[in-house]
Design a protein around this ligand. Structure first.
Ligand SMILES: NC(=O)c1ccc[n+]([C@@H]2O[C@H](COP(=O)([O-])OP(=O)(O)OC[C@H]3O[C@@H](n4cnc5c(N)ncnc54)[C@H](O)[C@@H]3O)[C@@H](O)[C@H]2O)c1
Length: 181
């Protein structure tokens, strides 16, 4: 595996329960987040959910209004995958459905930078199979967050099985500090 890029810009596919939580945690850690769903309305609704979560923290005195505003300002709701052309790291958190995930991984091939990292938050689909559907199996990993993401600090990193000739992604060096907090 080649050297890890610095992670500043992250793309998240799926603005549902998990994608929204991952976006909130990433933006809170200072990353610029592109949050994508099948329509701009859904992606914007995801941002609205994060706004409500942060407002609740502000009203409890657990977060300053300025910090909440800064976190929200780092998240851009988008539709489609084109916004990920500049991403250092993309996490797929779309509906748990094999054809949907394979379609997304295929559509990412012409979009992602060659050095970008890619992960799936799947709960039950084979990481080995998903890795094989990408153009970067050595830069792909299962990254399994738990619900609710902003509360659950544990993140499982799943390398999947690799041919002997191919090294596994080094989980220990995977840039997940922002996620584990
Ligand atoms: N819910 C959990 O507790 C949990 C925990 C760990 C992992 N996961 C995994 O996380 C992933 C997402 O789960 P969830 O609970 O957030 O589901 P969800 O149904 O809440 O959200 C899925 C989102 O993906 C969107 N989507 C579907 N197809 C898309 C496409 N082609 N492009 C962009 N967006 C698309 C949907 O519109 C929806 O907003 C699944 O793989 C699931 O197995 C879920």
């Amino acid at each position: 595996m080649t050297s890890q890029p610095e992670i500043n810009r992250i793309g998240i596919i799926g603005a549902g329960l998990m994608g929204v939580g991952i976006a909130q945690v990433a933006a809170s850690a200072g990353l610029a987040v592109a949050l994508s769903d099948i329509s701009l309305e859904r992606a914007q609704a995801g941002l609205g959910t994060i706004r409500k979560q942060l407002d609740r923290q502000v009203s409890k005195g657990a977060l300053s209004a300025d910090a909440a505003d800064a976190t929200l300002a780092r998240i851009t709701p988008v539709v489609g995958l084109d916004a990920f052309a500049e991403a250092d790291f993309v996490i797929e958190a779309a509906t748990e459905n094999v054809p949907i995930k394979l379609d997304l991984l295929g559509r990412l091939k012409p979009v992602l930078r060659a050095d970008a990292l890619l992960a799936s938050n799947t709960s039950s689909i084979s990481i080995t199979m998903l890795a094989a559907a990408t153009d970067r199996p050595d830069r792909f990993i299962g990254m399994h967050f738990f619900n609710p993401v902003p509360v659950m600090k544990l993140v499982e990193l799943i390398p999947g099985s690799r041919p002997r000739t191919q090294r596994s992604p080094p989980c220990a060096g995977w840039p997940s500090g922002w996620a584990r907090r």
